[in-house]
Design a protein around this ligand. Structure first.
Ligand code: PEP
Ligand code: MN
Length: 366
């Protein structure tokens, strides 16, 4: 899908000063107090490695009773910090009221969180609130690995006339065991880039990793995969943070990571990205094999049914229709028809062999 021309023409530069070609968004997970915000942002600005400050003012929490952000008061503190540090600021919005409050407090950019992107009703309401304002919006991926849902939210923002829209990859919540808080499933943001060329794509290593110790490696991988920028959570005293204490880094820690990424040899970045791409391929091959086993166990059931009904195992008309159907699906997926035909033939031979075997094993009438 092509985005509107205006987005493709806009360079990343219009979002803020780039660092080695990267848009670097950094700041606390949440605004907690004027002192915390000021200390963190001043130290961040002093690193000279930040394009834009981020801060959560309204925090989506899984359970009630936890710290839910400073709310509107935080926007006033943020306005002071923005002037003090001379950096643009971005805030997460989850309702049209949040958008209005941000606009009246000179917030420079907005982002939609993973729990908002997942809800098209809310995304639509937010898009109506930003219509005509031209404010830049970054759209995080939804919690679940659903590319269409992510693209839908991005489209709603562009349709609302936002001239600057970017995507943020923050990983996905899936049941698989992993060291990370959210699985990166890198093929999904890469597919997004293919579907929406020209759309700036940022990586949020903080919410992927869930722990400061893995921020550098996730950031390096994102760089190797040619992401356009990073969003990193930074706190002047992470151990005291009211939200996400494990994954926030100090401003010095942040500066070290950015330095490491900028000065990493090209070869190292490529090795990192090759490694994660191979991990994805291994995982998907395993899933393919599991699916094949399930599919072929159906063949065995079909063999038994045919025997009961006195039907032939090989039925040319059914096979012809099946191949036509699979080729149609393959075309929609952009797969090579010759490859898919070979695969269907192979599956068919295996299926016939299994049906013959199941025929010998089952009692049946014929
Ligand atoms: C955040 O950026 O602080 C946040 C809540 O992120 P996510 O929507 O990715 O969970
Ligand atoms: Mn957070």
């Amino acid at each position: 899908m092509q985005l509107s021309g205006s987005i493709q023409e806009h360079s990343l530069l219009s979002w803020g000063k780039l660092h080695d070609g990267l848009l670097i968004v950094a700041g606390p997970c949440s605004v907690e107090s004027p002192e915390q915000l000021r200390a963190t942002c001043r130290q961040l600005a002093a690193t000279k490695k930040v394009s834009m400050l981020r801060a959560g003012v309204w925090k989506p929490r899984s359970q009630p009773g936890q710290f839910e952000g400073a709310g509107s008061a935080g926007l006033a503190w943020l306005k002071e910090v923005k002037r003090d540090c001379m950096l643009p600021v971005a805030v997460e919005v989850a309702t049209p009221r949040h958008v209005e409050e941000c606009l009246s407090h000179e917030v420079d950019a907005l982002w939609l969180g993973a729990r908002t992107t997942v809800n098209p009703f809310m995304v639509q309401e937010i898009s109506q609130a930003i219509r005509g304002t031209g404010i830049p919006v970054m759209v995080k991926n939804p919690v679940s690995p659903d590319l269409r849902l992510w693209m839908g939210a991005i489209e709603r923002m562009t349709l609302a006339g936002s001239s600057r829209v970017a995507a943020i990859h923050r990983g996905f919540h899936i049941s698989q065991q992993s060291n990370y808080r959210n699985s990166p499933l890198w093929d999904i943001p890469l597919a997004l880039r293919k579907e929406m060329p020209g759309l700036p794509l940022l990586c949020d290593p903080s919410h992927i990793a869930g722990h400061a110790r893995w921020l550098a490696e996730v950031s390096l991988t994102a760089r190797g995969l040619a992401f356009d920028g990073l969003m990193i959570e930074v706190h002047h005293h992470p151990a005291k943070a009211l939200t996400d204490p494990l994954q926030q880094v100090t401003p010095e820690g942040f500066a070290r990571i950015i330095h490491e990424i900028i000065h990493s040899p090209d070869k190292l970045r490529r090795q990192k990205s090759l490694h994660v791409l191979r991990e994805m391929i291994d995982l998907q091959d395993h899933q393919l094999l599991e699916l094949l086993a399930r599919r072929l166990s159906l063949s065995s059931e079909v063999g038994k049914q045919k025997k009961q009904m006195g039907e032939e195992i090989v039925q040319p008309q059914r096979q012809k229709e099946l191949l036509a159907d699979r080729l149609k699906k393959a075309a929609a997926l952009g797969l090579d028809p010759a490859f898919v035909e070979k695969l269907v033939d192979l599956l068919h031979s295996e299926s016939v062999a299994i049906q013959k075997e199941s025929r010998n094993d089952s009692p049946g009438h014929s």
